[in-house]
Write a protein that binds this ligand. Sequence first.
Ligand code: CDP
Ligand code: CDP
Length: 224
Amino acid sequence: MTKRIQVAIDGPAAAGKSTIAKKTAELLGYTYVDTGAMYRAITYKAIRLNIDLQDGEKLTKLLHDTTIDLKPSPKGQLVFLDDVEVTEEIRSTEVTSSVSAVSAHADLREEMVKRQVKMGKDGGIVMDGRDIGTHVLTNAELKIFMSASVEERANRRYLDNQKRGIHTSLEELIEEIALRDKLDSEREASPLTQAADAIYIDTTSLSIEEVSEQIMQLAKERMV
Ligand code: CDP
Ligand code: CDP
């Protein structure tokens, strides 16, 4: 029988993590967990409640009183915040520009990581984020760190936004992504960094299929 492994995928914004993680989970029949959506959901709630995003204690308390559920559907993964669907709302520009501040709080991260460890404990999971290989699925059989040039990532987001009817210039996206990269990489609490045992993939000039094939090959080698 093949082993149901843990796959951890980390990297900066628009590197292709969620697209590839979703596809890998589908191909393997595993559960997909988008941890970025969890940080986005609590950020969305905090903004709506007008909570000071620098107040880590308040935000952590808020998280303790909040349920965040990720549910698969034919349309993709749906995000529920206290049982209300917020899949689209958490992708707003306002949430995107505030999420790095919220996710920098160590106590809040500790609670998130606790929930994510529980989700992944039985294997058969593909989880993507920033600290999955380093703090969440630390014993994952397969750890990937993927990236691409900031221009390529901004261009990908630009095309995504166009499809969703959101108009942001390429220059603004380069700026937003570069700033988020910086905040996520330089924060004290579990910053975005490649785990020592992660495999690095530069997706700048690779198609989704090419990246997916590489990862499926690596996963299969680890399932026996
Ligand atoms: O999809 P995109 O790459 O734009 O971002 P995301 O994966 O939805 O993550 C949004 C933000 O949540 C990141 O910029 C990080 O600040 C934070 N995050 C984190 O700190 N740790 C994670 N495991 C996942 C996301
Ligand atoms: O999750 P993350 O923010 O890392 O990126 P994503 O949302 O999966 O990917 C951003 C966009 O880039 C999506 O529209 C993907 O289809 C596209 N993409 C691509 O064009 N080439 C790749 N090798 C990977 C993703």
